[in-house]
Ligand binder design. Structure first.
Ligand code: FES
Length: 125
């Protein structure tokens, strides 16, 4: 069995953020279904998977989708963006700049470090 080339995680708990575009449809279930539908339609099921996830700790950028192993973070994603993500990012390898969460805003590791520091501080006291 081969590995997935792309694994998309769709946060199921996001609320739309202020960067969320007008006219977009916010619905994580429909978004994931639209991603899966396009993956299936293009015969990519063996290589690409879209799953629900819990909070990805990037809530200010909701609706969030992260793609691994490329670690591409998208925010403000609407149902309308699903086909674009599959065609432009998955197939063509292009980053959608209007959706990309800039690296400097990513919280990856920061919360953990803060939590670890708090835990260490607690142990010292
Ligand atoms: S609720 Fe979606 S990233 Fe936190």
């Amino acid at each position: 069995m081969s590995k997935f080339t792309h694994h998309l995680f769709v946060c199921g708990k996001c609320k739309p953020s202020k960067r969320y575009g007008k006219g977009k449809t916010h619905d994580s279930g429909k978004l994931r279904a639209a991603l899966k539908k396009e993956i299936k339609r293009l015969g990519l099921k063996a290589q690409v998977r879209a799953n629900d996830s819990g909070c990805l700790d990037q809530c200010d950028d909701g609706q969030v989708v992260v793609i691994y192993p490329q670690a591409i973070w998208y925010g403000g994603v609407g149902v309308e963006d699903a086909e674009r993500i599959i065609h432009e990012t998955i197939l063509a390898g292009n980053i959608l700049e209007d959706l990309r969460i800039p690296d400097e805003r990513l919280r990856c590791g920061k919360a953990k470090k803060a939590g670890s520091a708090a835990a260490e501080s607690k142990q010292e006291n």
